[in-house]
Design a protein around this ligand. Structure first.
Ligand SMILES: NC(=O)c1ccc[n+]([C@@H]2O[C@H](COP(=O)([O-])OP(=O)(O)OC[C@H]3O[C@@H](n4cnc5c(N)ncnc54)[C@H](OP(=O)(O)O)[C@@H]3O)[C@@H](O)[C@H]2O)c1
Length: 290
């Protein structure tokens, strides 16, 4: 088992499913682990479970609601105060909805939480990641990114036009995860910080459990007994976060610990660059023109 003593790991959405199992495994390897949670009670319950199951107590909960840029900024400031450096950032939180909702900042919720919130958080933590000289950013994407066959609709990223089909919006948000991860790798080349995305497989978590996936809801309920356990679903995340084998690997997409291919849309460097610049504008990171 890799010894992660002295390493700091931040996991968004670490109070449930894949994120929580990742926290148990990495805390067990000796890392200082910060999970984020939007609900304090769920965060506290997860913390107790992670400590009990890992046998380690160097675990903390940090509040984060990715549907609020104010909360994302507060979380980044909180993390920077708690930790001198961050060795691994795992952008894991996410979900899907049957009805269109908007975030505090007016973004379509699935795109806002799955992509824009993580986009801002990662950018705000870049200093803490680069401090280490050797850090890893892992984005939990999904094979569902392949469902976004026409790519991102840059004219309607918040799905204001046309019928709202939750699963297709989810597919696009996961394509955004892949494009973001690739563009981050390009932008961080030579800094020692790597960026990789992954697909966990079909995992029996709380994903879709709350009936928030329209037709996908009943389908996920029926097929859940055949889904892999959250622990197995976390395996590739844990591998990417800890294995010396992938120390210098960047800009890749993994499934079952192996390099895997994204869709052609996922490899579109022009779309990745456009998404980056558009996201900078949306979250208020763009520099004013000189
Ligand atoms: N399960 C699968 O088969 C599967 C397949 C492919 C990809 N994935 C991806 O895996 C990741 C983890 O999902 P999971 O399967 O482990 O599902 P999960 O058990 O539902 O966990 C999702 C986590 O995201 C958090 N979250 C949701 N909205 C949030 C928000 N606005 N702000 C902050 N945190 C928020 C949830 O917090 P709450 O507990 O408060 O809701 C929870 O901690 C997601 O990105 C998902 O897209 C899952």
């Amino acid at each position: 088992m890799t010894d992660l003593k002295g390493k700091t790991v931040v996991i968004t959405g670490g109070n449930s499913g894949i994120g929580k199992e990742t926290a148990v495994a990495l805390a067990g390897m000796g890392a200082d682990v910060a999970i984020t949670a939007r609900n304090p009670e769920k965060g506290a319950a997860a913390l107790a479970d992670i400590v009990a199951r890992s046998g380690k107590d160097r675990v903390q909960v940090v509040p984060l609601d990715l549907a609020s840029l104010t909360s994302v900024r507060a979380c980044a400031a909180d993390l920077a105060e708690r930790f001198e450096h961050i060795d691994v950032l795992i952008n894991n939180a996410g979900g899907t909805l049957s009805k269109r909702q908007i975030t505090e900042d007016g973004f379509e919720m699935t795109f806002g939480v799955n992509h824009l919130g993580h986009f801002l958080l990662t950018n705000l933590l870049l200093g803490s990641l680069e401090n280490t000289g050797s850090a890893r950013v892992i984005t939990v994407a999904s094979g569902a990114h392949q469902g976004a066959r026409k790519g991102l609709d840059f004219d309607d990223l918040h799905r204001e036009q046309g019928r709202y089909r939750g699963f297709w919006v989810y597919c696009r948000s996961k394509l955004a995860n892949v494009l973001f991860s690739n563009e981050l790798a390009r932008r961080l080349a030579g800094t020692g910080v790597t960026s990789n995305a992954m697909h966990p497989g079909w995992v029996g978590t709380n994903f879709g459990r709350e009936g928030d996936t329209s037709w996908l809801g009943p389908l996920t309920a029926i097929s859940r007994p055949f889904a892999m356990s959250p622990k197995k679903g976390a395996d590739t995340v844990v591998y990417l976060a800890s294995s010396p084998e992938v120390q210098d690997v960047t800009g890749q997409y993994f499934y079952k610990r192996k390099l895997s291919k994204t869709s052609a849309r996922g490899g579109d460097a022009a779309a990745a660059s456009q998404l980056w610049e558009t996201s900078e504008q949306m979250v208020g990171l763009a520099k004013p023109p000189v």
